[in-house]
Ligand binder design. Structure first.
Ligand SMILES: [Zn+2]
Length: 262
């Protein structure tokens, strides 16, 4: 079968001039919009995030750049109402715990996810620390620090291993220190574990918890959500008087921040 050859046409002069004008107006090295490179997901593979993204992803901190969407504003509050906490600690609290539900507060806040989008999360801490932790979470938001999940540990039936394996960030949980009869600081609502899979607990002997966090026991690594000494996360907590478990000697708890330093 023979193909018919389309007759060669000469480009009209005015079109040629127009095309040249367009080319000369383009930047010498047109690049795709680079704003996405600065999203909090960083270089890590985006992970699934719980909850619904409450705002479309946009680059925080570039609101003044023409053509770029304004940075989302942080929204967060200490939820009022006596029942707010009680009905959310069915698994994580029981009689005999060192603090009661009435002493705890529910925070509901915006946070960046690993997907570069803004999500709404929840956290329970002691009432004495609620306001200052709200300030910390606002700082983390403004620093574009991503938190993959921010769900109450009751979503995992208060099972810390499950919560950690899901890289879930949590605060209050009435439990003992692992391998001890002593109450954990989490049982007082004065400790928070942040992105625990990417900031595992590493014992002096090299045991890593959660086990799937082993790649992140290498702290020279840089991945979204990892905490490093002196970074914006450590500084935000330090300003609230909370200290980081990554500074411990011997065993190190890279996910752990607490008011007592324990
Ligand atoms: Zn902890």
């Amino acid at each position: 079968m023979t193909r018919t050859v389309a007759p060669r046409r000469t480009l009209p002069l005015f079109l040629l001039v127009a095309a040249l004008a367009v080319v000369s107006c383009s930047p010498a090295n047109p690049e795709p919009d680079r704003s996405t490179a600065a999203t909090p997901g960083g270089t890590a593979a985006p992970g699934p995030a719980d909850g619904t993204a409450v705002k479309a992803g946009s680059t925080p901190g570039v609101g003044s750049t023409p053509g770029v969407q304004a940075a989302p504003r942080f929204r967060g509050s200490v939820v009022a109402g006596r029942g707010a906490v009680r009905e959310r600690v069915r698994y994580s609290w029981r009689r005999g715990c060192p603090v009661g539900p009435v002493e705890l507060r529910l925070l509901r806040v915006d946070h960046w996810g690993l997907d570069g989008r803004v999500h709404r999360g929840e956290l329970i801490v002691h009432r004495d620390h609620a306001r200052r932790i709200l300030v910390v979470l606002e700082k983390l938001f403004k620093a574009s620090y991503p938190i993959q999940r921010l769900r109450l540990v009751d979503a995992y039936r208060a099972d810390d291993d499950r919560s950690m394996a899901a890289n879930n960030t949590s605060g209050f949980n009435c439990r003992r220190v692992s391998g001890s009869s002593r109450w954990s600081e989490h049982a007082f609502g004065r400790a928070i574990d942040l992105n625990p899979l990417r900031n595992p607990y590493v014992t002096r002997g090299g045991r890593v918890s959660p086990p799937a966090g082993r790649p992140y026991a290498d702290r020279a690594r840089r991945a979204a959500g990892m905490i490093h000494g002196g970074d914006a996360v450590v500084r935000a907590f330090a300003a609230a008087g909370w200290r980081w478990g990554g500074y411990w000697s011997g065993s190190r708890d890279y996910q752990h921040f607490s008011a007592s330093g324990r």
